[in-house]
Design a protein around this ligand. Structure first.
Ligand SMILES: Nc1ncnc2c1ncn2[C@@H]1O[C@H](COP(=O)(O)OP(=O)(O)OP(=O)(O)O)[C@@H](O)[C@H]1O
Length: 457
């Protein structure tokens, strides 16, 4: 029988050995790690079926690690979960639950939590349940090994263009210089930035993403740099900014071209001096954060128009990365669509079987101006809205490419038949009698045809 292994992440727990021993008695081998890079190694070396977070006493109390520690913990858990889709349970004391940040993390990223001192019979029951689910997942899915997860950097696709991109990201991750990622909206710039962070030696520290275009101009200075108590009306206490929150980790500045010239000067100062001044502050604060910036516009153009500082551009553009648009890697479209189909619950749905031939043809022919995000949104909507077992081009909101060549006459006939039945049913408000009349067939024939094409209403 396979040894049951649980990845055991400890946080603020000086001596986990009694708990690891107890797990051993329950029949679980605890693979103990204390950060994401250890977890990465552990997952690469052996099959592991569940995740367990052991939180030390006082982690959430005022004597504990404080809000920054929760950001680090969240970042570590997210990094590990991106390596392998394990299901997790946490063990913590009741006081830790006073933290809203921890409650949110448990709700979003954990299957369950247990309070300490633990009821070991209950812990065993939950872990065994996670084990069974892990085995089910293993039997259903194409093996997704941590090594494979690392190999793809979380970026789905088989194209040579994407392989080149992964290669560049890995090289860049090994360095500490600023990175400038360019690419169209929705092409995967933030994903690339996360891949750099997750593959770097900063992976256990926070990855802080800031969309410079989404924060009101009046707030962005204090959001980025923080402020001192009394800096302005309403500043009742010192507040740490997002740059400081990324200390030790990576600061991702999306839509960098939208920063005002004044903020560009402040950012340049930070890049040169590795320290910041909080708003209203007189003392500089040293911050070690790697800056990865992204833009969907040609920054050089903005430089030539005087909208972006040339010196800042060169500071950021030390390691340039270009994320290609989806239409430049069409081989990835169907693989990505299948990935999003699974992500949106398509496989666990008893109703849906996959994509119809016309959907595959339409996706291959479409130009994807909104790139991967558009593909994700279209698949997500189709999984919810499709009336039949096979997602059609119409379900994706795409038109079927004309003419239908290369699929054979028989397939073309079948496809046309399925489409006309689907659209007639939709037009008739799924009234079988009305649809049969519109199609000029009996109700029995319509039922038979619906069965043949797997159309359910
Ligand atoms: N290769 C990929 N594999 C899996 N998912 C991807 C891939 N590329 C992009 N995505 C997904 O597509 C969506 C858009 O990607 P992302 O946010 O990284 O794009 P972006 O270029 O930063 O967009 P914007 O310019 O609008 O900020 C995200 O949900 C992301 O996870």
């Amino acid at each position: 029988m396979q040894v049951k292994k649980v990845l055991t992440l400890t946080w603020g727990l000086p001596d986990p050995s009694p708990l690891l021993c107890a797990l051993h008695h329950l029949g679980w081998e605890a693979v103990w790690v204390s950060n994401a890079s250890d977890a990465r190694q552990a997952l690469a070396q052996q099959p592991i079926q569940a995740g367990l977070l052991l939180l030390g006493p006082h982690t959430g109390s005022s004597t504990g690690h404080g809000p920054l520690s929760w950001t680090h913990l969240e970042s570590a858990v997210t990094s590990i979960q991106r390596l392998q889709p394990l299901e997790w349970v946490a063990l913590c004391d009741a006081s830790a639950l006073e933290s809203a940040a921890l409650r949110t993390l448990l709700l979003e990223s954990f299957f369950d939590y247990q309070l300490t001192p633990p009821d070991w019979a209950e812990v065993a029951r939950v872990l065994d349940y996670l084990y069974r689910r892990s085995e089910l997942r293993r039997s259903l899915q194409a093996p997704s090994t941590p090594a494979a997860g690392e190999a793809t950097l979380g970026m789905v696709g088989h194209s040579a263009v994407l392989a080149q991109l992964r290669l560049k990201l890995r090289k860049v991750a090994a360095n500490h210089a600023p990175v400038l990622i360019s690419g169209e909206s929705g092409s995967g710039k933030e994903l690339a930035a996360r891949a750099i962070h997750d593959s770097s030696d900063r992976c256990t520290a926070p990855f802080v993403a800031v969309n410079c275009a989404a924060i009101a101009p009046s707030l962005i200075q204090s959001e980025l740099f923080g402020y001192e108590k009394g800096a302005f009306t309403g500043a009742t206490a010192r507040k740490q900014g997002l740059i400081e929150a990324a200390h030790g980790g990576t600061l991702f500045l999306d839509e960098i071209g939208d920063l005002s010239l004044e903020l560009q000067a402040n950012l340049l100062r930070f890049l040169q001096e590795r320290s910041i001044y909080r708003v209203g502050g007189l003392n500089s604060v040293a911050v070690d954060a790697r800056v990865v910036a992204a833009t969907h516009v040609q920054l050089q153009h903005a430089v030539s128009q005087g909208r972006f500082r040339e010196d800042l551009f060169y500071r950021l553009n030390v390691l340039p990365i270009d994320v290609p648009p989806l239409r430049a890697r069409r081989e990835d479209v169907v693989v990505l669509a299948q990935h999003f189909f699974a992500l949106c619950g398509g496989h666990s749905s008893t109703r849906l079987h996959g994509f119809a031939q016309n959907a595959l043809a339409a996706m291959a022919a479409y130009d994807w101006p909104g790139n991967v995000r558009e593909l994700y949104n279209r698949v997500q909507r189709a999984v919810v809205m499709s009336d039949s077992r096979w997602i059609s081009a119409a379900d994706l909101g795409l038109s079927t490419p004309e003419p239908l060549v290369g699929i054979g006459l028989e397939n073309a006939r079948t496809q046309a038949e399925r489409e006309i039945i689907q659209s007639t049913l939709t037009k008739a408000g799924h009234n079988i009698t009305q649809a049969a009349r519109d199609l000029g067939v009996s109700r029995m024939t319509l039922y038979r045809l619906m069965d043949k094409h797997g159309i359910v209403i």
